[in-house]
Design a protein around this ligand. Sequence first.
Ligand code: UGA
Length: 430
Amino acid sequence: MKLTLIGTGYVGLVTGTCFAEAGHQVTCVDKDADKVALLNAGGMPIFEPGLEELVGKNCAAGRLCFTSSTREGVERSDVIFIAVPTPALPDGSVDLSFIEAVSREIAAAMTGYRIVVDKSTVPVNTGEKVAETIKRYGKAGLEFDVVSNPEFLREGFAVGDFMKPDRVVVGVSSRRPVAAMQEIYAPFHAPVILTDISSAELIKHAANSFLALKISYINAISALCEVSGGNVQEVARGMGMDSRIGRGFLDASLGFGGSCFPKDLSAFIRISETLGYDFGLLKEVQRINAAQMDRFVKKITDTLWVVKGKTLGVLGLAFKQNTDDIRMSPAIQLCQRLQHEGASLRVHDPQAMDKARAVLKDVTFVDQMDDVATGCDALVIATEWPVFKKLDLERARKALSHPIIFDGRNLFDPAEMERLGFLYKSIGRK
Ligand code: UGA
């Protein structure tokens, strides 16, 4: 099928590329002409494992192209996907101005029937507004359908998640776009959940909020483990083997971050409020998440007593493994908290250092993870990069002025760390 993606951020670029890989003819539109030029020249604006190769392959095969003209994108395709950012406003609600602007541009460029699919994460009832906007700004009598088709891919695993989805959610208000949507997703061999538009929009916010809730739940258990002598990983294992619960998203940490969970939680709380429901449960999820970071910082300050004047090594700046994304990164927040306490920092991340340079000032960026500990009073692990498990611990112990490691991601075994001579403090474990 001929498909157009408007917006080439994480979601738009991965979606467009994977659709091309599945055999569709895809046009990706972005108003950022520099980004379009970079993509057309074979460059990659983000780090996402496997994506660059797929973009190159599908461009070469003539199934994928990039343009900055929305008109061109709308003219070329039968189905137009909106994948533009929906950032948070200061009050926690969602800025829908990009969605509105794109809806108007699509309306202005439409000359015949089109299916307009919302892929961006939006509050419930946005689909209705998109339909109203297209009707208002398009030519009289234009035929179109609006569909809600939320995305569930994780950064760092986005290509795999897209190619092998657990399910595909398609929210419609008439039968007319259903066959096309089924055809688009047929190559992915996943169950297609057909719903009304509001339910599809709610599924996205409900799913992300539930995953955030799972993390806060296990983080609350980690606080209990610390005072009772339990081990949060054992508790998670014991809970997770119950198939009704599942082990996923039960890794205790210094808190969740990223461009999705914090924003989607605030947005869901706000839209619920607007609809007359006080979603107190989700406010508690936010509170536990903030408290988890506070508890981790306290663990560091309690151990080091005076942080001012000390040098700390920080491993990890991205909000999680496999990405260079630092938006709402707990690791960055932790660095800033430690700087506020007066610490000097030596930091390293396998992918996110370039992006971190723009927000972290007065820190030493270290190219090799094994060099970070040099001259430090303690080491802090802030991101769950698997490569950190390969840290040369013997070298780190010798390089540190005192062999102290604070692990915000539970990457090492406490008994082994003790045997190696470390004072090792992690999350929810003795
Ligand atoms: C999340 C969802 O997992 C995706 O399904 C969704 O499509 C996406 O948001 C979105 O709305 O676009 P993502 O933000 O890429 O994906 O990252 P996750 O893997 O969900 O991790 C989010 C945060 O939770 C990270 O900071 C991670 O370190 C933390 N986390 C995750 C934990 O602290 N513990 C866990 O057990 C799992």
